[in-house]
Design a protein around this ligand. Sequence first.
Ligand SMILES: CC(C)(COP(=O)(O)OP(=O)(O)OC[C@H]1O[C@@H](n2cnc3c(N)ncnc32)[C@H](O)[C@@H]1OP(=O)(O)O)[C@@H](O)C(=O)NCCC(=O)NCCS
Length: 157
Amino acid sequence: MNRIKIRRAQISDAEVVAHLWHNYDLYEHHLDKRIEVVSEISYEKQFLEIMQNESSIVVLAECDSAVAGIIDYAVYSRGKLKIGTLGNLFVLDEFRGKGIGSELSEYVLNKIKRMECDFVNSGVRANNKEAQKFWEKRGFKIDFDSMANCSMRKELK
Ligand SMILES: CC(C)(COP(=O)(O)OP(=O)(O)OC[C@H]1O[C@@H](n2cnc3c(N)ncnc32)[C@H](O)[C@@H]1OP(=O)(O)O)[C@@H](O)C(=O)NCCC(=O)NCCS
């Protein structure tokens, strides 16, 4: 049985976060060639900016002490609405099918619910049917669908 630990990313995780985001974009590039994949150093800079501005919270999953997956989330207000937004859920290939994606999503959805958000959005590439099924199973519905992207929403109130 694998031991899965979910925790908030720290500045010292910059290298591993960059590695996961780089692999996420490689995966996305495979789905849509217009997605640009930049060097791991650029993802590291992006992560350090996020940590400095606290614009979103990056969460990591460790499987038997190895960093295996990532997700990030943010909460913002629009008028009277409080909205949660999810980004970049990714589990390294060799760790898939062990429940890590489920634990990461459950962790961030609980955090967002506790912040009394009205709903939570997740952007998914239109041709990523696996990811759409993943979010549908967790209560999300397609909110709008365009040629390249679809936005999925889960009502929380
Ligand atoms: C989607 C993803 C995060 C799921 O992570 P995971 O750790 O394999 O997920 P889990 O083990 O918790 O399994 C969740 C579901 O994923 C599916 N799954 C299981 N093994 C899988 C595998 N090897 N490959 C793809 N999907 C798999 C199953 O449908 C499973 O459904 P279940 O809930 O009926 O068991 C992962 O496949 C991934 O990183 N995909 C590429 C990036 C991506 O598409 N991200 C989502 C963008 S919004």
